[in-house]
Design a protein around this ligand. Structure first.
Ligand SMILES: C[S@@+](CC[C@H](N)C(=O)[O-])C[C@H]1O[C@@H](n2cnc3c(N)ncnc32)[C@H](O)[C@@H]1O
Ligand SMILES: CC(C)=CCC/C(C)=C/COP(=O)(O)OP(=O)(O)O
Ligand SMILES: [Mg+2]
Length: 298
């Protein structure tokens, strides 16, 4: 399926949705509207490469051999495939940190977007993957992809607030936020993950956070917040809120250097959105960091 083909199916499945809970706050209503209307080519054209639709950024070195020798339209096609490869590599790294996952386990993707990471998790572990997003369009998109892949009995997205998820205490073997924690209060978020995770379960986040060493959020960080209507937290806030909610970090990996090649390549593409300079400048001046944190629920 391509993104264009999807637009007709969305209308049908949205109309068939049984129940969509009202957003908990006016802010969440704005965020739901934002993602319901999002259709940036940088996300849809990358997703069209192999049907994994991501709303996160990439990590790793550029494969110059994969780009080299091509010209004009061919080059742009290869560049899009390369950006997509780096975004999928980011999701693979997150999955690497979920610990041992059994086929009978349930994983939870909090803020699942169009579901790319959920599909990858199911394909790797064979387990059930439950996702929540504020956006009915995104949930429908993710469920449509799951149906097309024949994995709808294992992969499901729901319209739901991640601060109040429809899962029993201890139900999840592991859970994650992939670039979705900057939309919520971290104490509320980690309290909810701690509730749904089994004791000994694993929580992983990949996120952008401002660096306390810089002092306060830089102008670049403020620009990113305004661009996405989000509220980026500091690294200190993540660690404090985890400690307060029985989440003990086992790995804290600074991915800032690893994500810069993605941004520098993206800045040369026809799919730029205007936010590239803010990411590149803030990663380079040290005011912003791209982090993976993996924590055990004790
Ligand atoms: C940048 S996208 C990330 C999507 C996905 N994790 C990925 O890697 O492709 C942010 C996501 O967070 C979701 N989100 C933001 N606030 C939320 C909330 N309170 N409850 C559920 N989802 C939320 C949005 O609906 C959106 O799907
Ligand atoms: C690291 C930080 C601060 C992330 C903020 C959350 C966010 C909007 C992620 C990317 O979404 P996207 O893939 O829809 O964005 P874009 O259109 O820029 O690719
Ligand atoms: Mg994107």
């Amino acid at each position: 399926m391509t993104s264009t083909e999807f637009s007709t199916t969305v209308a049908t499945s949205t109309a068939n949705s049984a129940f969509i809970p009202a957003p908990a706050t006016a802010y969440q209503e704005d965020i739901a509207r934002y993602w319901d209307h999002e259709a940036r080519p940088v996300n849809l054209r990358l997703g069209d490469v192999d049907g994994l639709y991501h709303h996160h950024y990439g990590i790793g070195d550029i494969d110059h051999a994969a780009l080299g020798g091509a010209e004009g339209g061919t080059y742009e096609k290869k560049l899009i495939a390369e950006l997509h490869r780096l975004e999928s590599a980011q999701a693979e790294l997150l999955l690497d940190h979920l610990g041992p996952v059994e086929r009978g386990d349930t994983l939870v993707d909090a803020g699942c977007g169009r579901g790319g990471s959920m599909v990858m998790a199911h394909q790797r572990f064979g387990c059930r993957v439950e996702g929540v997003t504020l956006s009915a369009k995104q949930a429908d998109f993710a469920n449509q992809r799951a149906r097309e892949l024949g994995i709808e009995d294992h992969v499901r997205a729901r319209v739901c607030n991640m601060l109040d998820m429809p899962f029993a205490a201890g139900q999840a073997a592991a859970s994650w936020n992939n670039e979705s924690s900057m939309y919520v209060d971290l104490h509320d978020l980690f309290a909810e993950h701690s509730r749904i995770l089994a004791t000994g379960g694993r929580y992983v986040t990949i996120t952008g956070c401002w660096n306390p060493r810089y002092g306060q959020p830089s102008k670049w960080v403020s620009q990113i917040n305004a661009h996405f209507e989000c509220n980026i937290h500091s690294r200190r806030e993540y660690l404090r809120a985890m400690a307060d909610n029985r989440l003990v970090p086992q790995a804290v990996i600074d991915l800032t250097q690893a994500t810069l090649p993605y941004w520098e390549l993206r800045a040369t593409s026809s799919l730029v959105t205007g936010i590239e300079e803010a990411f590149i400048s803030s990663y380079k001046d040290g005011s912003f960091q791209y982090l993976l944190i993996a924590a055990d629920r004790i």
